[in-house]
Every structure is written in structure tokens, then in C-alpha cells.
Design a protein. Sequence first.
Length: 239
Amino acid sequence: MTQTTGQHPHDEDQPEHGHGHGGDQHGQHASEEWGRDYWEDRYSAPGLQWSGRPNPVLVDEASGLEPGRVLDVGSGEGGDAIWLAGRGWQVTAIDIAQAALDKAAARAAEVDEAAAARITWEQHDLAVWAPAPGSVDLVSSQFMHLADPVRAALFRSLAEAVAPGGTLLVVGHDLSDLAAGAGRHGKEELMFTIEDVLAAVPDDGWTVEVAESRARQVLATDGGTTTVRDVVVKATRAS
């Protein structure tokens, strides 16, 4: 595994763009607290739970990639999936909540019919489901927070799903965010580090393009602003 890193801090004050199982609540796992029932209820509520826009790190890191097949992990209300499909990607968008998928599909059809035709929406629980090895050209996991050992198994399966020449992109809230005053959930076991992601990337045949804790400004719970950090790992599999 070859590693290169770059710095792309978000200096502007911008809202959270988490969706699916990111933002202020986390954890697609078997716990009663944040299991499927929780997410079905949440996404059944009227209106959007998230911004509807694509995650900024995805835009930064995927804009230069040649469109192909992409797996959008924890697709939520479809902000990332719609953006990717609009750029020509064939998207498989997965989420634990059928209510989220239904809402996302309806929104995609409303805002971009051509893009909507390039998206397949699938309901899966990532605690028990894994994608086919070598099946996609990009895996995007944005703010998918689970506890070990499920998280480690998921990261391995996502890396295995990347086809030769493809890219793995994993983004999540840095563990340091718990002390940042941004209203994080406070469950340390659901946070992860750069090293947690890199442990799933094989040493041979991969190049790590980005492995950093990327700073950005968000609204704090006290009404001001605070600096939070996103774990960003982008790795490319050799052709």
C-alpha cells in the first residue's frame, strides 16, 4: 500500500451534510436504540431530515473521477446518489430504512428524471449484508458510524467491493469531535479514526491518496461556531 496525503480544509462555516446514518445521530447496527425501527420512523416524518445537497467531501474527491459504477453506502434521502447519477455514474444506493429509499427515489424523479433512471435503490442492513467483491468503481461511505466489530467488517467488505482501478472513499466524524461542542452523540464506540479505515485497505495493490483529519467550521450548540474534523480516507486500487 502506497500512501500520499493532501490537505483540503473546509474553512467556511457550513452546515452538516450528513445523511442516512450521519449528522448528529449515528449507528446502523443491531442496537435497539438506533436500529431499523428508529430510522424508519425518522425518515417517515414529513420533509427532509438532511440538507438534500451532496456531502462536500464527496464533491471534492469524486469530481475528477471517471464515472462508472458506484455504491452509495447509507444513502439516506439521496443527496449523494442524485449528484453522482447526474454526473453519469450508475448508482446503487443502499440504506437500512425503506422510508429513506422511498423518499429519495421520489425526490430523484422530481429533480432529475435522467439521473433517477441511473439509480437503483436497495434496502440492506450493513450489519449483515456485504456488497459483491470487485463489483463497483467507487465506494462512497459518508458518515456511516457503527460499533466494532461490525464497523471493521464493513470497512473490509467495502474495500473488497472496489474493482481494479477503482476508488474507496470513507468519510466520518473524527473522535475529537466529541469535545468540539457540536452536539455529537457522545458515544465514543461509534466514532472511528484514520487508522480504523486504513486497517481495511490491503498493503499490496492499493495507493492511499488521502488519509487526514480535515477541519471545517460548523454551528456550535451555544450558538457560535466551532471547528470539527472529518476523517477522510481515499484509496485507489491498482488496475
